[in-house]
Design a binder for this molecule. Structure first.
Ligand SMILES: [Zn+2]
Length: 309
């Protein structure tokens, strides 16, 4: 079974000689301490989470090994080549003084990761430093999901997650580390309130959908999905228009570069750029641009036609 969980990035660590040796096992060129930025991430633990699931204490040991060498990516906004981090070392850390809801001593998989200090990574490193990039989503696979009360495979017994049976909390135990996939950063707003960093966020669209279905909000969920799709297609159209307009001027930015920039911009920024580029195009070519609000209603073909001359 594949599992996706949220985790937390703990921040920057100093690079020591010994660390560097471990990092260099994964890089083609020999890297110096100045060339790498390192930080630690709590990948997963054995606490019972909001889904009523937890990794069995032994599963964590298997996962720790499997995650060594795995790449971390920086969500869809940062998909450019080279913008990845890599785990070069992991360790299962025990905090026996802290008990989980299941009554076990708390333990978690700590991972040390590095990324290159390149020009392209400057902004990401600043965001890691500033604590803006903190939440990490981790994907892995386990062999079995087991009922904590009776030990049967999940779904084959009467026990329900979250209920207590004879004083025993029922949860799903994730057992047998089978595989570790990539991990990825999820951007969160700056200045998170205290405590937010430790909270686990809802697990993406897939489980939100499941949750909506379970609670009888299917129709609302479908409506929201539709509206979100509309919003995305509007933003896509706006991005394409900005890229097109940007390409019209004499000293225009290269198309591919502009496409990448536009992908990272939000609506207000795109609208502002569109306004500036439209004004410039109008001045240079006497051109009326598409997607303007109000009376003007040229179609894409019309405006593009003006350039076929
Ligand atoms: Zn059971």
């Amino acid at each position: 079974m594949n599992v996706t969980k949220q985790a937390v990035c703990d921040g920057h660590t100093e690079v020591e000689e010994q660390e560097l040796e471990q990092i260099n096992r994964f890089s083609r060129a020999k890297l110096s301490a100045q060339q790498v930025y390192t930080f630690t991430v709590r990948l997963c633990d054995n606490e019972v989470d909001r889904d009523g699931e937890r990794f069995a204490p032994e599963t964590l040991e298997g996962l720790a090994e499997l995650f060594v060498g795995k790449s971390g990516i920086f969500d869809h906004q940062w998909s450019a080549a080279g913008q990845t981090a890599r785990i070069y070392r992991t360790q299962v850390v025990d905090e026996p003084g802290t008990l989980t809801r299941a009554g076990d001593g708390y333990r978690y998989v700590k991972a040390w990761a590095y990324m290159l200090r390149t020009k392209g990574n400057e902004e990401l490193i600043a965001q890691l430093e500033g604590g803006i990039l903190r939440e990490v989503s981790v994907g892995c696979a386990v062999e079995r999901t087991v009922c904590s009360v009776c030990g049967a495979r999940v779904g084959s017994c009467e026990h329900r997650k979250g209920e207590t049976y004879g004083g025993k909390l029922c949860f799903t135990s994730l057992e047998g580390a089978a595989d570790a996939f990539e991990w990825s950063f999820v951007a969160v707003p700056a200045q998170p309130k205290a405590g937010v960093m430790k909270s686990k966020r809802a697990h993406g669209t897939r489980s939100l959908k499941t949750l909506a279905e379970r609670e009888g909000f299917d129709e609302e969920y479908r409506q929201l999905e539709k509206q979100a799709a509309l919003g995305r297609s509007y933003l896509d159209a706006l991005r394409r228009e900005v890229v097109r307009l940007a390409g019209l001027g004499e000293q225009s930015v290269e198309h591919a570069v502009m496409e990448r920039i536009a992908k990272k911009l939000e609506e207000d920024e795109l609208l502002e750029l569109k306004r500036v580029y439209s004004a410039r195009a109008q001045k240079q070519f006497g051109l009326v641009t598409q997607l303007d609000h109000g009376v003007r209603s040229e179609t894409v073909e019309d405006t593009d036609g003006a350039f076929l001359i």
